[in-house]
Design a protein around this ligand. Structure first.
Ligand SMILES: NC(=O)c1ccc[n+]([C@@H]2O[C@H](COP(=O)([O-])OP(=O)(O)OC[C@H]3O[C@@H](n4cnc5c(N)ncnc54)[C@H](O)[C@@H]3O)[C@@H](O)[C@H]2O)c1
Length: 273
């Protein structure tokens, strides 16, 4: 069901790689809610070509940009404003990548060049996008900017290594830039901390199936799906949340507030018998 929540709004959506991507679901939902937007991803991710399907379905131009490159972000913002015929009302940052996780490096054995890459791709890119949008005066008043985070920013989970540090930085940037853009543009900046989700980035974490099942059993409402995450992002882009800013919003079925659930107790009780 659609409610025209984004009618007349213009946006930029980063990070739709394939149909599993959270950004893909956000794009479909934003289109259904009446938004017009550009799609962007790193040029290397475009080679798989899957984004073309989404572009056709949502009538959304594709503008490649490596989110770590200020030059490519400048081009993206200019071309987006041009293609959409005006300033931007919403931006989704749905980007994450750690070379250390890809190569199975432990936290005590990180490659520091890769560590910097993780931080640049997964966190500093959020700052760079807002920096370029500000300098180009490309945002409309009451714009809404959302980044996607994970609870490993606050708590330690096995094998999430330097991505945990990147997510903590991402959430801090939402506060820092949120305060700035509120003054300049009455704009909102938030992160949504999402349940484990079966996507390319998610499945890249060692033992992801166990992460996923544990979170599901520890969440009274169960894990939030990518489609449900998209619904939340749309509400945050809409005019219904104009005073919500500088927050890390937990979208996790109650995981973060649960100490123990009957489902997890059952597993331990059965194992101890
Ligand atoms: N999947 C999960 O369990 C989960 C849970 C919480 C938060 N998140 C976050 O959600 C966001 C989206 O991830 P996803 O799960 O949809 O996986 P995904 O793999 O579909 O998306 C990650 C995207 O990041 C893009 N990317 C990587 N390097 C880039 C660069 N230099 N420039 C531009 N784009 C680049 C990839 O091409 C890809 O499209 C990430 O920030 C991720 O950390 C995911």
């Amino acid at each position: 069901m659609a409610f025209n929540l984004l009618k007349g709004k213009r946006g930029i959506i980063f990070g739709a790689l394939n149909e599993d991507s959270i950004a893909w679901k956000v794009a479909e939902r934003a289109f259904a809610e009446g938004a017009r937007f550009t799609l962007t991803n790193a040029p290397i991710a475009m080679r798989m070509g899957e984004i073309n399907k989404l572009s056709e379905a949502c009538n959304a131009p594709i503008i490649p940009a490596d989110a770590t490159s200020l030059e490519e972000l400048e081009n993206l913002i200019d071309k987006s404003v041009e293609a959409l015929g005006g300033k931007i009302d919403f931006i989704l940052h749905s980007i994450g990548m750690s070379p250390n996780i890809r190569k199975g490096k432990e936290y005590g054995d990180l490659n520091y060049d890769w560590y910097l890459k993780t931080l640049d791709v997964s966190a500093l890119s959020f700052h760079k996008i807002m920096h370029v949008a500000e300098k180009k005066d490309a945002l409309n008043e009451y714009a809404s900017i959302v980044g996607l985070s994970y609870i490993a920013a606050q708590r330690i989970f096995p094998d999430y290594t330097d991505m945990a540090d990147a997510k903590a930085t991402l959430e801090s940037i939402a506060r820092g830039y949120g305060a700035r853009l509120a003054r300049l543009k009455k704009a909102r900046v938030n992160t949504i901390s999402q349940s484990p989700t079966m996507t390319t980035a998610g499945k890249g974490i060692a033992g992801f199936g166990a992460f996923y099942d544990f979170a599901d059993k520890m969440s009274p409402l169960g894990n939030a799906s990518a489609d449900e995450c998209a619904d939340y992002v749309i509400v945050m882009f809409s005019d219904m949340t104009k005073k919500v800013t500088m927050q890390n919003l937990l979208h996790d079925g109650g995981f973060s507030a649960s100490g123990m659930t009957p489902e997890v107790m059952n597993i331990f009780e059965n194992n101890l018998k």
